[in-house]
Design a protein around this ligand. Sequence first.
Ligand code: ASP
Length: 578
Amino acid sequence: YLYPNVLHQLYWGYRESFLCIRLSFVDFNSFVTRTNTCGELRSAHVGQEVTLYGWIQYQRQGLFLVLRDFQGLTQIIIPQDEAHSHVKKLLSNAPVESVVRVTGTVSLRPPGQENPKMPTGDIEVKVETAEILNSCKKLPFEIKDFIKKTEALRMQYRYLDLRSFQLQYNLRLRSQIVMRMREYLCNLHGFVDVETPTLFKRTPGGAKEFLVPSREAGKFYSLPQSPQQFKQLLMVGGLDRYFQVARCYRDEGSRPDRQPEFTQIDIEMSFVDQAGIQRLIEGLLQYSWPEERGSITTPFPSMTYEEALADYGTDKPDTRFGMKIVDISDFLRRSDIQFVQNALSYPRGTVKAICIPQGVRYLKNKDLESLKESAKSQFNQCSALGSLRLESADLLEAAGLVLRNPTVFHFLWVVDFPLFLPKEENPTELESAHHPFTAPHPSDTSLLYSDPTKVRSQHYDLVLNGNEVGGGSIRIHSAEQQRFVLEKVLKEDSEVLSHLLEALEFGAPPHGGIALGLDRLISLIVDAPSIRDVIAFPKSFKGRDLMGNAPDYVTPEELEPYHIQVSWPLAEKEAKKT
Ligand code: ASP
């Protein structure tokens, strides 16, 4: 794939468009023996003797080569005279992607040979001396041939993939954004960056957690799905404003665009309300938003959960285009279409539709067939129209209509979620819509004790272009209310959370917070097709590290201290024997 809207910037103008703006004051050459980076030289440097280090991008007929580092490309002229025959031999024979040092003089390119697309395109370096620091063996794929390689191969040789402009750009932009976030939170607003443990114990509800064996027989740590409990305990501890770039773990099995480990910008504040958290996040994103992605306007619009479901059929609506769901029950009540009448005869039975403007012009019969098939497979699910709306948008765009401009960013708050939802596997039982620490909406508190299904919560989600990029809530800070939610509504064993419940009894302040999903946010900002493109060493969608081959087997002896024995599935036992 190409990132259509960033590629032109990535290409030779990469350094110009991105690094110069923010990093013009940065010294990239401190502490090292190079004089310049490969993206730095201009006509102003003509006549200077320079030392560059980099990888050979390509080499042509023993005449010149292009040297690359993280910052750009420089054309190197290989000397042809007898006195430099050693240098010529060295550079002409070095394989592509070998890492070299060259020393030489900057000169202007001959007239007509300038390359205006390249920031260093006015100059070239005439080499005096060179050294091959490490030669490169035959590559499994060409570094610049990003489009053609399979993702599995890219992940197996991730360190080579990281040499590509795209990944360099993504990781550097990510680092810049995180730095700006730190600046905003810590320097401008007094947040404290606190690290919390990753070896902890099970939290009831929510995602499945990874277990880590301990040396105490039968006892396991859990890797936290988020620092939720710790950040609340930091508020009890009087930290007042906490922030962390936090690694979180969820053992959710294979999902195409999820990672078993991922990063959140995790935030908690004391004495704050929902509006306070929302203004903080808007300010944070505005401050850290990369200039080359345009600007974002605040405050972000807000929509209730109920409105989102009614108008868009999802709690994370893509508001970049219309095609809202409309209720046409009244209109159809007079019709004599039997199945419609049947639907309307149910209590709360409705008929809803979406209008696809220009559908007649752009949608072909096969598109309509595929929409029909999807509708059938999701029959009776309320979310069906929401996904048909998105599918129709995909079909229209595939046919050439631009509905969702990839350079436009639509943020949206979704608020007033229900506090509890029926459990998917057993709808007579309730589970938290967010997590069990979420406070009820102030106007619904009394309903908590009489009809919990009707309680709205103080939970808010941040949605960007139809993707959930953050979520948080104002928390319960009364031990009594928290115990009631855990024991009476969720029917959880509150003993596992006795430390938190006890902490709430020691003058816990009212508090609330939020977490932004950093990987997803960055992938949307750079318009990457997958979050794996903004993570240096991602896992495959089956949760494996294809480079180091993790997870891996350990021997029975290594398992002994943990009092664990593997009970091999029969097939694997047989396979091991042979
Ligand atoms: N810990 C929550 C999550 O990971 C976010 C929050 O409530 O602050 O979704």
